[in-house]
Design a protein around this ligand. Structure first.
Ligand SMILES: Cc1cc2nc3c(=O)[nH]c(=O)nc-3n(C[C@H](O)[C@H](O)[C@H](O)COP(=O)(O)OP(=O)(O)OC[C@H]3O[C@@H](n4cnc5c(N)ncnc54)[C@H](O)[C@@H]3O)c2cc1C
Length: 390
C-alpha cells in the first residue's frame, strides 16, 4: 500500500521522485548502524548537498535554485517518508533565511554562495539556553561591543549539529533585559565562525539523547566575533529570529507528515502480512482503526501544511497556519508511530524493523523547535484574543 500524494505541480512531483531515488541508496541498515553508534550521517548529508536539495531556498543569484517553500517541504517530507532522518541537516535549508532577509549585501555575497555549494555549513542555531528555556527574552548569553569586535560570554544548550557546522547563527543579548526598552529588545544576531571560535574560547559538549540527533551544549568564554558579523541592526535580533519561525515550522511539519506516511505504510503492510489465529491481523478492526485514524489525522494536517506553505509563498501572514500545521502534523506523526508500534506487537521493539528508531525520532517534534503548549498559547492569545498568560 502506498499513500497517494495530494495534487501538486509537476515540478514538485519530479522533485519527490528524485529525492526518493537518492534516499533509496541509503538502506535501513545505514540508519541502524548510525543510530547504534550515535554517529552523524555525513554521506547522506553530502549526497543531499551535492544534489542541491539543501540549497533550494537560496535565490539563484547566490547560487541556489530559488525554489518556493513547498519544494523544500516536499524534499524533507520525502526524506522522512523514506525512513531517513532529515534532522541531521534540515536547518541548513532554513537558518540562512535570517541572513537572506536581514543581512547586508556584503554578508550575503560572503556566505550564501558557499552555503549554496554545500562548502559552508550554516546549520547550528544558538537560541535556547539552560536557564531561560522557552522564555527566549530571558537569555543571558551576552555580546559586549569592544571596538570592531563583540566579546561573547555565556552558554547555549540543545545547539544541534554544532559539531557539523562551520557557522552558527547566534542570538545574544547586547543590552541586559532590565535595561532594554522592552523585553524583546536588546538582543542581536551574530554569525559566529565556529572554526575560528573553537580556537578562541568556544567549547562544544555533545548531549546524548534518546535518538541520534547530534545535539550539544556550547560554551562561550570571551569569544571574539567581528562586528561585521552582526546581522541587521544591533538590538533587533529577536525580530529577525521570529521572522524565520514560520518557515521552520512549516518545514518541520512537512517532516512529520513524511514520518506519519512512513509509519502508516509500514503498519498497513505488516497488518496485511502478519497472520495470527489463521488470518491477517489487519482483518481485525481493532488493528485497522488506529491506523485509519492516524491516516485521517495525517491527511488533515497535510492540508494545513499545504495551506501554510501557500500563504508563506504569497507573502501573507501565516503565523496561525504555520503553528497549527506544526502542532497537527507532530500529533499525527505521533499517532501513526503509536499505531505502528502496536500493530507490530513485539517486533515494534526490534531494531531490525526500524519502527522503534523512527518512534524515538518523531517524538521530538511535540517539544522542539517549539512545544505544543506554546503553540496553543500563541493561538489562544494571538488568534482567539484571550488574555496573555506569560
Ligand atoms: C533534540 C533537541 C534539539 C534541539 N535543537 C535546538 C537547536 O538546534 N537550537 C536551539 O536553539 N534549540 C534547540 N532545541 C531546544 C528546543 O527548542 C526546546 O527544548 C524547546 O523549545 C522547549 O524548551 P525547553 O526545553 O527549555 O523547555 P521549557 O521551556 O523548560 O518547558 C518545559 C515544558 O513546560 C512547558 N511550558 C513552559 N512554559 C509554559 C507556559 N507558559 N505555558 C504552558 N506550558 C509551558 C513547555 O511546553 C514544555 O513542555 C532542541 C531541543 C531538543 C530536545
Amino acid at each position: 500500500m502506498t499513500i497517494k500524494d495530494l495534487p501538486e505541480g509537476e515540478d514538485i512531483a519530479q522533485i519527490r521522485q528524485s529525492v526518493r531515488r537518492l534516499c533509496a541508496d541509503f538502506a535501513p541498515d545505514y540508519w541502524r548502524q548510525l543510530d547504534r553508534d550515535n554517529a552523524y550521517p555525513s554521506d547522506f548529508v553530502k549526497a543531499l548537498s551535492d544534489a542541491g536539495y539543501l540549497s533550494v531556498l537560496i535565490p539563484e543569484e547566490y547560487g541556489g535554485s530559488g525554489l518556493p517553500l513547498s519544494a523544500a517541504a516536499a524534499i524533507l517530507e520525502e526524506v522522512q517518508r523514506a525512513g531517513a532522518n532529515g534532522a541531521a541537516c534540515h536547518a541548513q535549508m532554513y537558518i540562512m533565511g535570517a541572513l537572506l532577509r536581514h543581512g547586508s549585501e556584503a554578508q550575503k555575497q560572503k556566505y550564501l554562495p558557499g552555503i549554496a555549494a554545500g562548502e559552508l555549513r550554516l546549520q547550528a542555531f544558538g537560541v535556547t539556553e539552560p536557564t531561560s528555556g522557552t522564555d527566549t527574552t530571558s537569555i543571558k548569553t551576552f555580546a559586549r561591543r569592544e571596538g570592531d569586535h563583540y566579546v561573547v560570554n555565556g552558554q547555549k544548550v540543545w545547539t544541534s549539529r554544532a559539531e557539523h557546522s562551520d557557522l552558527m547563527l547566534l542570538l545574544a543579548r547586547t543590552t541586559p533585559k532590565e535595561e532594554a526598552e522592552k523585553r524583546t529588545a536588546g538582543m542581536s544576531v551574530l554569525i559566529v565562525d565556529m572554526r575560528e571560535a573553537l580556537k578562541d574560547g568556544m567549547t562544544i559538549k555533545p548531549i546524548r539523547t534518546m535518538m541520534n540527533h547530534a545535539t550539544t551544549e556550547v560554551f562561550f568564554d570571551s569569544v571574539r566575533v567581528p562586528a561585521d558579523n552582526l546581522i541587521g541592526e544591533e538590538g533587533r535580533g529577536f525580530r529577525y529570529i521570529l521572522s524565520g519561525m514560520n518557515a521552520e515550522r512549516i518545514l518541520i511539519a512537512a517532516e512529520c507528515i513524511g514520518d506519519a506516511k512512513w509509519f502508516i505504510e509500514k503498519a498497513s503492510a505488516y497488518a496485511g502480512e502478519r497472520r495470527v489465529f489463521g488470518r491477517p491481523i489487519g482483518q481485525n478492526q481493532g488493528v485497522q482503526f488506529p491506523i485509519a485514524r492516524a491516516y485521517a489525522q495525517m491527511r488533515a494536517a497535510e492540508l494545513m501544511v499545504h495551506q501554510a506553505a501557500r500563504m508563506f509563498e504569497a507573502g501573507e501572514d501565516c503565523g496561525e497556519q504555520a503553528n497549527m500545521a506544526k502542532m497537527l502534523a507532530a500529533e499525527a506523526s505521533w499517532a501513526a508511530a503509536e499505531a505502528c508500534v502496536q500493530t507490530h506487537g513485539g517486533f515494534g521493539f526490534a531494531e531490525e524493523y526500524d519502527v522503534e528508531r523512527k518512534f524515538r525520532e518523531t517524538r521530538l517534534y511535540q517539544v522542539a523547535p517549539i512545544s505544543t503548549n506554546l503553540i496553543l498559547s500563541y493561538l489562544s492569545e494571538h488568534v482567539l484574543g484571550l488574555p496573555r498568560s506569560y
